[in-house]
Design a binder for this molecule. Structure first.
Ligand code: CP
Length: 317
């Protein structure tokens, strides 16, 4: 089935990036492709960038867009098969996906993890249920473990901004008061592995990502050391993967010192997927400097989404 739900759905990354950059220069070149086609976007969680950039991308391709906030605007869905639905959920995914497949031509789904059970989150029940029960292509707008539209946008941004043929990219963990998913970090690592870059990951001990994702990528628990000679520093918080979904105890208060500062950034360019908590994750001086690429990343979300939708509409994936 045609879909864009994971980094491995990208066939030739270099060609995809080139094509996205062409779309950026000429966004209405494929307006005919989406004529009389509808994108239905389902949100189980909040969004600013994904919601607006994906809608804009679809409209650039001539598509109609329908947005549904699942649970608040619609019935609460049941995902278990064979269950007696006499509690909170009113509609089963089998009917919901079947019905939506009649109203739309492409489905896009955002469904975050609960961060209670690693196994449950890695099962990606909501996303995979839509893939299984919908008869139309599905796009992942951030699931429990992956955010492939963000990662594609980040890869486009690096390709546009790089000043050397093989830049050093550092993914640096940052402090955050809440337990956050691993999706952005996972997809960023997966896409960087396919880019001509030297990637290093730095985080406090205990915050190692899924080793199946990081593989042979160097991990350095010393942030200052990892940041040496960096060209791009991608800052992101994630909760512990080992002590799954937890913000780890930090009695000495050392984790707060992982905030990104102008001094630590040096001459590197700063990246973050947004939203970002100022002066917790990164200090104002970084975000307000010309070294920050956060607006460029957010702008490229449109062309990442437009490329994925274009490839689905043109039957290229
Ligand atoms: N980066 C990102 O996905 O932003 P939103 O959560 O606002 O969509």
């Amino acid at each position: 089935m045609k879909k864009y739900t994971a980094i491995h759905d990208i066939t030739d990354l270099h060609a995809w990036i080139e094509e996205a950059r062409h779309l950026k220069k000429d966004p209405f070149a494929f307006e005919h492709l989406g004529k009389r086609k509808t994108l239905c976007m389902l949100f189980f969680n909040p969004s600013l960038r994904t919601r607006i950039s994906t809608e804009k991308a679809a409209r650039n391709l001539g598509m109609e867009v329908i947005i549904l906030n699942v649970g608040s605007d619609s019935w609460v869905l049941e995902f278990e098969d064979g269950t007696v639905m006499n509690a909170g959920s009113s509609e089963h995914i089998r009917e919901a996906a079947g019905v939506l497949s009649q109203y739309a031509d492409v489905l896009a789904v955002r469904a975050f993890p609960e961060l209670k059970s690693r196994t449950a989150d890695e099962d990606e029940r909501i996303l995979t249920s839509f893939i299984q029960h919908a008869s139309i292509p599905v796009v992942n707008m951030e699931s429990a473990t992956a955010h492939p539209l963000q990662a594609l946008s980040d890869a486009i941004t690096i390709s546009e901004q790089q000043k050397t043929s093989r830049p050093k990219v550092v993914l640096s963990w940052a402090p955050h008061p809440k337990a956050l998913p691993h999706a952005v970090a996972n997809s960023f690592v997966q896409i960087m592995k396919r880019m001509p870059v030297d990637l290093t990951i730095t985080h406090p001990e205990g915050y190692d990502l899924n080793p199946e994702v990081t593989g042979a990528i160097p991990i350095n628990y010393n942030q200052e050391e990892a940041l040496q000679e960096a060209d791009f520093v991608y800052v992101k918080n994630w909760s512990s993967y080992l002590d799954y979904g937890k913000v780890l105890e930090d009695p000495q208060g050392v984790h707060a010192k992982w905030i990104m500062t102008k001094e630590k950034l040096g001459k590197a360019q700063f990246m973050h997927c947004l939203p970002v908590r100022r002066n917790v994750v990164v200090e104002d001086a970084v975000l307000d400097s010309t070294q920050s690429l956060v607006l460029e990343q957010a702008n490229n979300r449109t062309y990442a989404a437009q490329l994925a939708l274009k490839k689905i509409l043109a039957d290229e994936i």
